[in-house]
Ligand binder design. Structure first.
Ligand SMILES: C[S@@+](CC[C@H](N)C(=O)[O-])C[C@H]1O[C@@H](n2cnc3c(N)ncnc32)[C@H](O)[C@@H]1O
Length: 248
């Protein structure tokens, strides 16, 4: 059970595996107005940057679960480096169906709603770990501009235009599921670049060091085509945000 290696080649140097910057994450944490001691469950926690920095800066505690052995090791190392290893733990595992032993104050899934088969299923999954009155964070893509055709949607790594909504419709979807949207932090094109463009140098360095690896031809092809492809499609049409929700 692990994340396919191509992802860790692209994102080996990322601390944040989504299109928010460290500054945006810090602002989001502060904006939630939650007290020190807030207990967090973070499903698909990646390299643990959100949990570790919020433990350091805001006094939160919690658990992250992620399927990637590499990212989980990086998260544990980051917790030690930031001096918060006594407040956060990182578990390697499948987060689909994962429910906390004790109810938490803040339950998050930032960038992996496939673990609940989409937004609706992920809110249900997170709700099962949440104390009454608790808060939920969902990170999800939305269309910055509606793609003109299905080909453009596929070029944005979606399977169809119907995969994502425009921002107002995504907010309405959360509301129709019975939640108040109480905060949000959105990516912008510059912060998308920190996520997407930062993968290109990681791929180039990896290729230089691993020219004979079986994945080298795939990585070479991606490094050649992806920068212009991203500039033409993903950067123009796709956006992303983290939404803070509270059940009505
Ligand atoms: C877009 S990244 C977001 C990571 C992290 N939340 C962040 O924002 O930095 C998606 C993450 O989902 C993890 N993942 C994918 N499928 C998973 C599963 N079934 N269970 C747990 N983690 C999973 C990946 O390993 C990756 O770390």
């Amino acid at each position: 059970m692990d994340l396919p290696r191509i992802f860790t080649i692209r994102e080996s140097n990322h601390r944040i595996h989504n299109p928010l910057t460290a500054e945006k994450f810090a602002t989001l944490g502060e904006s939630l107005r939650l007290p020190a001691g807030t207990r967090v469950l973070d499903l698909a926690s990646g390299s643990g940057e959100m949990l570790c920095t919020w433990a350091r800066d805001l006094g939160f505690t919690g658990t992250g679960v992620d399927i990637s052995t590499l990212f989980t090791e990086q998260a544990r190392a980051r917790a030690a480096a930031l001096g918060v290893a006594d407040r956060v733990e990182f578990v390697h595992g499948d987060a689909a169906g994962h429910v906390a032993d004790q109810p938490v104050d803040l339950a998050a899934c930032v960038g992996a709603t496939w673990i609940g088969n989409g937004v609706a299923g992920t809110t249900e999954l997170l709700q099962r770990s949440l104390r009454p009155g608790g808060m939920m964070l969902i990170g999800e893509p939305f269309w910055r501009r509606t793609p003109p055709d299905e080909e453009t949607a596929k070029a944005c790594h979606a399977s169809s235009v119907a995969d994502f909504l425009l921002l107002p419709a995504l907010i309405e979807q959360f509301q129709e599921l019975g939640y108040d949207v109480v905060e949000m932090m959105l990516a912008d094109q510059d912060s998308w670049d920190r996520y997407a463009a930062a993968q290109w140098l990681s791929m180039r360095r990896w290729l230089d060091e691993n020219p004979d690896d079986e994945l080298a031809p795939e990585v070479r092809e991606e490094l050649t085509t992806e920068p212009a492809h991203y500039a033409r499609y993903g950067r123009e049409y796709l956006s992303w945000g983290v939404f803070a929700l509270m059940k009505r």
